[in-house]
Write a protein of this length. Structure first.
Length: 267
């Protein structure tokens, strides 16, 4: 799931084509479906996350976004769209999903009807740091497990602030070091502090919350993938197992957080 390239050895920023390959491999993966069903049996099957979500976390995001019917939600780095589509449907909102992987955008577009949102959801190719969306056009923005991917997460936060209307809220899920001085963590992760990233981008009322149950989803999905054994040619499952072996080593050094902030009224 390409969760977090910089949990392990320092590596270059992943490109859109890295993700294209991951999305192409996972589309028909029975192995991934089995892992999700075993790890999070209550998660609606159609969500097919490329991230680490539970029903409880989705409900939390939904409350934090506080959307009302007819408002516009932007899902930043939407992947194949499930989380944003679920959140928009739950609120009676419209949705624009943005991702730099054209394969993800294609898959998300094909899944709109599954959520009954054909008349009010669409997906576009764009970068977290340059979405191509107009200024002040979104009522709320969500970003699930992705805002750390650009070299400068602050540039992604600034882009979210640009597209949000005054008073609009950004809500994101991510990882943060428990101890920023811990030398076992790669430098890029050590310096990841969502409160200061959102502050720097001009957000007000910034909150960062860590809950053990959100961290549990993350490690449970990985452990379930490893328990699945021989991937038997399922490359998406094999990739997830590789990722699990690497990430579980440092999983206890990070918190899984929900960070949020409000785009201020210009004065
Ligand atoms: C871990 S996946 C999460 C996908 C989706 N949010 C979900 O919950 O299923 C990370 C996503 O970030 C996207 N991504 C990574 N870097 C990006 C960037 N700079 N601009 C736009 N999308 C990016 C990837 O293509 C991928 O869809």
């Amino acid at each position: 799931m390409a969760e977090d390239v910089d949990h392990g050895q320092p590596s270059a920023e992943p490109t859109a084509s890295d993700f294209d390959e991951g999305f192409a491999a996972s589309a028909g993966s029975d192995g991934l479906r089995r892992v999700w069903h075993a790890a999070e049996p209550d998660l609606p099957i159609e969500i097919e996350p490329f991230s680490f979500l539970s029903v409880e976390l989705l409900d939390h995001l939904s409350r934090a976004l506080a959307l009302t019917p007819g408002q516009l939600l932007v899902d930043l780095a939407c992947g194949r769209g499930g989380p944003g589509l679920w959140l928009a449907r739950a609120a009676g909102a419209s949705l624009i999903g943005v991702d730099f992987s054209s394969v993800a955008v294609e898959q998300a577009t094909a899944r709109v009807a599954l959520f009954g949102l054909s008349d009010r959801a669409r997906f576009v190719v764009g970068d977290l740091t340059e979405t191509g969306l107009p200024d002040a056009s979104a009522d709320a923005a969500v970003c699930v497990d992705a805002m750390h991917f650009p070299a400068e997460p602050a540039a992604a936060a600034a882009e979210a602030a640009r597209i949000l209307r005054p008073g609009g809220r950004l809500v994101l899920t991510n990882w943060q070091p428990r101890n920023p001085q811990d030398s076992r963590l790669p430098a890029r992760l050590r310096h990841r502090a969502w409160a200061s990233i959102l502050d720097q981008a001009g957000f007000t009322d910034v909150r960062v919350e860590a809950r053990p149950e959100w961290h549990d989803v993350y490690t449970r999905v990985y452990r379930t993938a490893l328990d699945a054994g021989d991937p038997d040619g399922d490359t998406a499952l094999a990739d997830l197992q590789d990722e699990a072996r690497r990430r579980l080593e440092t999983a206890d050094l990070v918190d899984r957080v929900v960070a949020s902030g409000t785009n201020p009224d210009p004065r």
